[in-house]
Ligand binder design. Sequence first.
Ligand code: ADP
Length: 424
Amino acid sequence: QGKNELGDVRIVDLDADSEFRFEVDFKAQVQIKLLKGTAEIFGTELATGVDYTFSGRKAAVYTWHEYTANETPMSSYLNTHLAIQQLRTLARSSNELGPRVLVIGPHDVGKTSLCKIMASYAFRQGEKPLYVSLDTAEGSITMPGAVTATAISHLIDIEEGFGSSATTAASMGSTTMPLAYYYGYESPSENVKMYNLVVSRLASTANSRLAADADSRASGIIIDTPGLIDQVGYELIWHAVQEFSVNVVVVLGHERLYSDMMKKYKDQAGITVVKLNKSGGVVERDKQFRTQLQRTKIKEYFYGTPKCELSPYSMLVNFNDINIWRVGEVIAPSSALPIGMENMDSETKLVKVDSFDMCLHSVMAILDADDSEDEGNLLNSSVVGFIYISDVNDEKKKMTILSPSPGRLPRRHVLMGAFKWMET
Ligand code: ADP
């Protein structure tokens, strides 16, 4: 049963292996209730008789029953999960690291949805896989601009997806806080070197967490990726495969990408490449929707969601008590420089921000680094939380920041990226 904010109620009868797809605008609200039978949204089962509320979402309610028709690719997704599940069982019996699954494909083919489905199915079988998001445009786990890893230790929320940024904010500083590294831009192609650096850092920490966690080890890793499949995109894929020791590459909805992956990996022992079809239900999201999604994520980080509201703390910080860094400009392509001079470093070299005006309305990552940390080492630091600069007062040499937790800034080194946001 679906109900919109005008109170219009619609009852939908779902055949086996079919889905009810819906799109809700950011300004609108829709409620969905399962009246009878069983159904799921991206792998998480709906409870009967409960109202689920959606806003700014595109999704599908799916039902299995005994399926006969093949109207959706869900049975191929289930089979892929079952094959991966076998690898987990095998890994568990020999006390080894479970499967490392990388999902790749162009933008808007359902990569994130497939990762959610696979993570939910794994969870429903008692697994606790590590979920990694390398998609910096989306911020599905903490904030846009971050790469993250989080253990799937509870059901993925029907309404909010992966622990919304709000629950992340609430867990700031605690051990349930997802592991995050900050890149700060939407597209990896804006600074490939820096992007790869944060991915390497994330992989290395995630790998050692997994090695130390007997519960998660055999469950392995599920990795969602940005939708780049050009030359740069390929390099990012090779890099991720290497850093996470990926052994299952799932190619979603792209024939040529699949054959290129086959070419690259067919002779490489231990790497399996799988091809899956895109679901007919996947919706393309235009630039405007993406931007709106990013804004919502940023807002939720500080103010929470209707289900879990937060009130952020506003505090005054002296210019002297905070070190704001950003990554240096790429001055010129190497080919335009005199022989022997390289500017490669500037792509991962931090510059201290001393014009505080440019910080106004920026979102920044607080780095887990000591005050005395060497600046060359700062980019190796993970993120303890995010702040928002709501006001800058040059005369008083102070700025006002918004933070989900009270008290002083937990650390003084913060990293600025390109994300700005206006409170409305
Ligand atoms: P990608 O990660 O490849 O960019 P997503 O998984 O984010 O793609 O899917 C794009 C959009 O389509 C999302 O808003 C998602 O919720 C929606 N979507 C995915 N699968 C379905 C489906 N079967 N029915 C309806 N909407 C869907």
